[in-house]
Design a protein around this ligand. Sequence first.
Ligand code: G6Q
Length: 546
Amino acid sequence: MTTAPKRTDLPEWQALAAQARALRRVHLRELFRRDPARGERYTAEAAGLFLDYSKNLVTDEILTGLFALARACGLAGARAAMFRGDRINVTENRPVLHVALRNRAQTPIRVDGKDVMPEVNAVLGRMSAFAQRIRSGTWRGHTGKPIRAVVNLGIGGSDLGPAMACEALNPYAQRDLAVRFVSNVDAAHFVEQTRDLDPAETLFIVASKTFATQETMTNAATARAWCLRALRAEAAVARHFAAVSANAPAVAQFGIDPANMFEFWDWVGGRYSLCSAVGLPLMIVIGPENFTALLDGFHLMDRHFAEAPLERNLPAILGLLGIWYNNFWGAETYAILPYDQALRRFPAYLQQADMESNGKQTDKEGRRVTWQTGPVIWGAPGTNGQHAFYQLMHQGTKLIPADFIGFCRTHQALGDHHVKLMANCFAQTEALAFGKTAAEVAAEGVPAALIPFRVFEGNRPTNTILAEQLTPATLGALIALYEHKIFTQGAIWNVFSFDQWGVQLGKVLADKVLTELQSLAEPALAHDSSTNALIRRFRQARQPIL
Ligand code: G6Q
């Protein structure tokens, strides 16, 4: 291990800390007054996304300082190493190449000297042929009926991406094909999602990189039994099950026809896998052409991240602004607020992408970090959030930076719904930034005693991301924007963003307890007194296993 300087010892870091102290006395109202063109100057655009970052607590000097920090932390070198296919996932000794999955330019990307693009294209081609057969009804189930429902069985990275994107791209869906997602090991999830489905018309996609995850394997076994109970022939499995995995032997052992297995590779992280075969349910639902448009959007943002100077680079700007609040203003959380019902699941998707990537306590040198790393990511669509948690954002005591995401055009042009939606989006960022002073409240005729309760301090920072319409390409660009924002932040915090030992821990922890819960004889428990007592209590009241 080398001994790179601690991030907090960098002169660029210390300069920013001093600038943050100085800026605390300046209000956004003042920053906008000083520079009337601020709202036009602090903007950037790429891959169909327009970013307005003017409502942030920054000045030209601070932005210069943030870009200098990115340079001092070697962001450009780290970025080049990822695109080149270096083994930057050091703790798992793997490259990180989700960018290869959507490398529409087809430039060779080599892993151990071998270009991965032919394999990537081959799997995309097989997915596309399979998707067409399901969509056109030429793929028949065991009894000869066409498929009407696709059920994805997967969890975490093998669930959140396609589940989010299927909802986001609903307007592009083939509406006579239902798509469902079962992730939780809680049987209620499987039961409720399949309640109204006919096994003869249902296709299960078992999506698991490892093909060993407890939840997914349990749901897959239940699905198999559900299917066979109705169709009464082992041969039905081949017509009603497909697999998405990096583990071919385990797929074969489960009984899924290798012809229905769609491969991905260990250099694709689960939370970065939407463009791999993990996107199969999405491709079936929106069609290969729209899926390709999604990949095109991802690729445009990838190129922008790789090539644009930091000062105009959307992911770098978003990442650095996040660092500014996380590390220099003490913000602990970050809100994602899409003004689009179809992006309902986008905050949850980013929660995984961001928190699993940068929720790390050890720097690349193996030292305990002495600076804050990834924030808590949360959010909900507007306008719903306005009637719930925005109160705390406006008048609470915590600083919550937020991204507002909206679209100029809607797929559901119904009356004045969309203009009302976007009026709320713009009005909220304005109110968060500028607030309402005591004088303004008094001028409204509010009694003196009530004025303190009606004052809004403002100075709450937000970004606005505006695009023309939520198309497959726009969604691709939007996801890639956040992926590379996360990459930027990981490079600056000097953490490994592409492993997830905390998730691995969860995967093994439950096994021991499961044996104890299931054992017929009273088990000898050697946990702490709390865990022992909980296990005993559960055993006393538990149902027999059916
Ligand atoms: C993602 C994580 C995690 C993973 C799931 C499912 O980056 O590693 O969310 O995707 O645990 O894993 P499998 O695909 O192997 O079932």
